[in-house]
Design a protein. Structure first.
Length: 228
């Protein structure tokens, strides 16, 4: 890690600020229980395996994915549409903020650092997730790809977040779980990239690797005392 003083920490959302894979497992279990009677010949194990494969850790298209699955199960597109609607309706109810994440964001704020979220996705869904997690008040900027017309790993979306925080890239960290969208994207924009480890993606070189969000704190230097 560089000895330069860090003035801002930027975060990915899905898989970084909450356990996205855990959420998917909960949601798909609930979905099978709700729709089991309409899934003749599709066992619980097959349903879960199929939808997790389709989901691709949040990177698969649900619109085309559910339709393809319904067809593979010999079922109609109407069921696919209702599965998709259920996925979107139920998603934010499964967004859980861990104590580690909450305390880390509080500590970063206490240290008077600028904070931002840079996330790919549809505006309505991403902002619903942030509202469900109750973390919006921590951030100086929330940058959503659909609103910006540009997606990670394009360096431009990182630059916009930095501009809104009033911080130079050399003075900022970016924390994310995706090796390409997050780590490589942040590096292209000149930020110091920290990879939040996940076991299923091939890692790329990062300044640091963390497993819990709180592990970012020692990377920032000494704690700034509270004002008197």
């Amino acid at each position: 890690m560089t000895a330069r003083a860090i003035k801002a920490v930027l975060f990915d959302l899905d898989g970084t600020l909450y356990d996205r894979d855990g959420l998917a497992s909960e949601l798909f279990e609930q979905q099978y229980a709700r729709f089991a009677a309409e899934l003749p010949g599709v066992s619980r194990d097959r349903f879960i395996a199929d939808v997790l494969r389709m989901d691709e850790h949040g990177h698969g298209s649900k619109e085309t994915g559910y339709r393809a699955l319904a067809e593979s199960w010999g079922l109609g597109s109407e069921l696919a549409d209702r599965l998709l609607a259920h996925f979107h309706d139920a998603y934010d109810r499964h967004c859980h903020l861990t104590e580690d994440v909450r305390q880390t964001l509080e500590e970063l704020r206490r240290r008077r650092l600028k904070l931002a979220v840079v996330t790919n996705g549809a505006s309505v869904m991403q902002r619903r997730k942030l509202a469900a997690l109750r973390v919006e008040h921590f951030f100086d900027a929330i940058v959503v790809s659909e609103e910006e017309g540009v997606r990670k790993p394009d360096a431009e979306i990182f630059r916009r977040a930095l501009q809104r925080c009033g911080v130079a890239a050399r003075d900022a960290l970016f924390v994310g779980d995706h090796p390409i969208a997050d780590v490589e994207g942040a590096q292209r924009a000149g930020l110091t990239a920290v990879w939040k480890y996940v076991p299923y993606w091939q890692p790329v070189p990062a300044a640091a690797v963390i497993h819990e969000l709180s592990e970012v704190l020692p990377l920032l230097g000494p704690t700034i005392p509270k004002p008197a």
